[in-house]
Design a binder for this molecule. Structure first.
Ligand code: NIG
Ligand code: FE
Length: 385
């Protein structure tokens, strides 16, 4: 098996408890990754002076190395552009999710080739910024055929695919939302389940209520999909409590939380996936991540990359915002963007650099992971090999 020794690592973030608590930092470190038939795996990490022999070596010149980011929440199956909507928002319009319908129309009108090219462009953009695992949702097709083709395209590029037929009720069903829920839990689910790992619902005023969300998640689970939820994004609501009650692995947004919501998250261990790019791009108040962590809530950070509420693909930007605006330490933010995302996807092979993990090694053009927050907007992260 070919092995590559990465040496000259000034600071290595392993998130391996074998190297200490928290980030599992090793200074003057080395990493050995081994090529298997299916890709690279971490074989060894530790102080450079103890590194084993390998077929090839690469000196990283004192740069820092971290695990690749795990972006556990994105909406990359879309066509069209909503730059004008963003400009209007910056001039005072409030984000209410209404623009989703604009993207639905553009997505329905796009060819498979156009959707795939747009997805690939965004996945490459993410990778160039250090993201090595990406979850991708449907949700801009909202017909049986358009949801199914969205997921079939996504499944060619990631195993983390999420069926979001319950994004909003499309215009043609506006008079009969119950019929749309029947479609989402019936023929649409049947067509989408073979291409999806997860099922998600936008549980929010103007989208789907708690009863509808419960029915949709339950139908998805009967078809072998695991549930996750968009909740408490635009205002307080029942979604976070529902996610905790159902024992979902993650509930995403969590912008408007009550004290009871925080207690439920802490008690159940459901991960609160925070998406600070959304608050940035919609000029909304940021969730208080400091308070959540201090209360024992497990948090993840993700981009929510989509053409409406947040059109960034940058996990480093989310880390910088989490530190600057949400009271997280740089170490907590990096952990939430790697291990946190992995946990939110139920994955134990990514989000850390323990032996056996996927060899998703990211080199920073910096001496320390601190620079991710310290140097916002600077492209520091580069995946290897
Ligand atoms: O996660 N909240 C629902 N869906 C997306 C936004 C979709 C859009 O505006 O196009 C989100 O923010
Ligand atoms: Fe989202």
């Amino acid at each position: 098996m070919p092995a590559l020794l990465l040496t000259g690592i000034g600071e290595l973030v392993t998130l391996d408890p074998a190297h200490g608590p928290g980030l599992g930092l090793v200074r003057d470190a080395a990493v050995v990754i081994e090529g298997t038939g299916e890709g690279w795996r971490v074989a060894w990490t530790g102080p450079a002076r103890e590194a084993p022999e390998a077929d090839q070596a690469q000196d990283l010149g004192g740069r820092a190395v971290i695990p690749g980011f795990v972006d556990s929440h994105s909406h990359l199956l879309f066509a069209g552009d909503r730059g004008e909507e963003f400009a209007a928002r910056m001039a005072g319009t409030t984000y209410d999710g209404g623009g989703i319908r604009t993207t639905v129309a553009a997505t329905r009108a796009a060819t498979d080739e156009e959707l795939e090219a747009n997805l690939l462009r965004h996945l490459r953009e993410m990778r160039r910024q250090g993201t090595t695992t990406v979850e991708v949702k449907s949700g801009y097709g909202l017909t049986v055929a358009d949801e199914a083709r969205s997921l079939a395209i996504a499944a060619r590029f990631t195993s983390e695919t999420t069926y979001l037929g319950a994004h909003v009720v499309p215009p043609e069903h506006a008079d009969d939302p119950a019929a749309y829920v029947d479609l989402v839990t019936g023929p649409m689910l049947e067509a989408c389940a073979p291409h999806a790992k997860w099922i998600d619902v936008f549980c929010e005023r103007g989208a789907f209520d708690a009863d509808q969300a419960r029915a949709i998640l339950s139908a998805g689970q009967s078809s072998g999909l695991r549930g996750r939820l968009h909740a408490n994004q635009l205002g307080p609501g029942p979604g976070v409590q529902l996610a905790c009650e159902l024992g979902l692995v993650a509930v995403d947004h969590c912008t408007y939380l009550s004290d009871d919501d925080v207690t439920a998250l802490a008690d159940t261990g459901t991960i609160a996936t925070l998406l600070p790019g959304v608050e940035f791009s919609t000029r909304s108040p940021y969730p208080d991540a400091r308070a959540l962590i201090d209360r024992g809530v497990r948090v993840a950070l993700a981009t929510d990359c989509n053409p409406g509420s947040c059109y960034t693909s940058s996990m480093p930007l989310c880390i910088a915002l989490a530190v600057r605006e949400m009271g997280m330490t740089p170490a907590e933010a990096l952990t939430a963007a790697t291990l946190g995302g992995a946990r939110a996807l139920g994955r134990d092979d990514v989000g850390h650099l323990r032996p056996g993990a996927l060899g998703d090694v990211v080199v920073l053009e910096a001496p320390s992971y601190l620079h991710l927050a310290y140097r916002p907007g600077v492209p520091l992260a580069r995946p290897l090999p």
